[in-house]
Design a protein around this ligand. Structure first.
Ligand SMILES: [Zn+2]
Ligand SMILES: [Zn+2]
Length: 341
């Protein structure tokens, strides 16, 4: 099969590799896989894979090729792939929180060979059947950005009538805008360009702040202007620079929640008094549970969330897609697509 292989730090190629396969697991023919900022972190060795060569990619949807007997899956079935493979035994797995498993088998595209390949092997319980109205491309985005947005909103306890700020209008940000709206919140998007703010508004943001000359330092004041001086109830942080994280905490109202999701090599540095006096909270959110993915798929089937896809690439052109991601010019998500029969 063809796969996008990281040969060593910073260097990847598309080449033939042995077909994926694993005893007792299902085999999925990949039909769509999203290009996510995480791939850049892995290529740059902010996360280093356990060994090289390593197949990148952690978002996918496709068709079941083979499934173990008794799994309830049939060849040809359309599925989204949940990429976190827990031990199934620890208290976090047993309570449905595989994303914080204490002894994980691994995660596709992070510690196990990933999804930028013609075939992907995965435990059958990690496959979420797709309703007819949800395309492979939609499902590939739901398997990272969509489920991450659902999980973060649930962890943060977003409630009706609250003001949610979403900082960073990429794949996850556009999903968060829609999920927070579905939860009954008023949504303010923070974008680094006018066209990204416009997309956020098309997807349901009530207001948008476009970063100007003041950069992130000006964002807390903008948030207060939009909230009658109160500040945000939730600030979902997808950018993760020191300046953007400080702006998020300073933009919170009383008992506001800063939700840490995106990151860079930069540190979060803030004096605790800035949190204490307003009884602010910090919540962090990593990926999602299988149930969050199921919810995201149902939301998409119900038309409550829509995906925004910018460019489609065959696997041979994965480098071009990643370069565009690095240049921060992608509106929504770029996806790899494979032709069907
Ligand atoms: Zn992702
Ligand atoms: Zn576990």
């Amino acid at each position: 099969m063809k796969a996008a292989v990281l040969e060593r730090r910073g260097e990847f190629v598309v080449r033939d590799v042995p077909d994926a396969g694993h005893d007792g697991w299902a085999l999925v023919r990949t039909r769509a896989a999203g290009l996510c900022g995480t791939e850049l972190h892995i290529i740059d060795a902010l996360f280093e894979p356990p060994s090289y060569p390593f197949i990148i990619g952690h978002e996918a949807a496709g068709e079941v090729v083979e499934a173990p007997p008794g799994s309830g899956l049939a060849p040809g079935q359309r599925v989204a792939v949940y990429n976190m493979i827990g031990c199934g035994k620890c208290r976090w797995c047993r309570s449905g929180n595989t994303q914080i498993c204490t002894n994980p088998i691994g995660q596709l595209g992070f510690t196990l060979n990933g999804t930028f390949a013609d075939l992907v092997a995965v435990p059958p319980e990690n496959l979420v059947p797709l309703p007819d109205g949800v395309s492979f491309e939609d499902a590939a985005l739901l398997s990272c950005a969509g489920m991450t947005a659902v999980h973060a909103c649930r962890l943060a306890d977003v409630a009706i009538g609250q003001t949610v700020v979403v900082n960073g209008i990429g794949g996850v940000g556009l999903m968060l805008v829609q999920v927070a709206r579905a939860a009954g919140a008023r949504v303010v998007a923070v974008a680094d360009a006018d066209d990204k703010a416009a997309v956020a508004e098309q997807m349901g943001a009530d207001d948008a702040i476009v970063l100007g000359d003041g950069g992130f330092d000006a964002v807390p004041d903008h948030i207060r202007e939009l909230t009658g001086g109160r500040g945000a109830d939730h600030f979902f942080e997808l950018v993760g620079t020191s300046a953007s994280m400080a702006a998020g905490i300073r933009g919170l109202g009383r008992r506001g929640t800063f939700v840490s999701i995106g990151y860079t090599p930069e540190q979060l540095s803030i004096h605790p008094i800035e949190l204490i006096l307003s009884e602010a909270r910090i919540v962090s959110s990593v990926a999602a549970s299988l149930v969050d993915l199921e919810m995201a798929v149902q939301f998409a089937a119900d038309g409550r969330i829509k995906t925004v896809i910018d460019e489609r690439y065959p696997i041979a052109e994965v480098a071009e897609g990643l370069d565009r991601l690095r240049s921060r010019t992608v509106k929504g998500r770029n996806v790899l697509v494979w032709d069907g029969d």
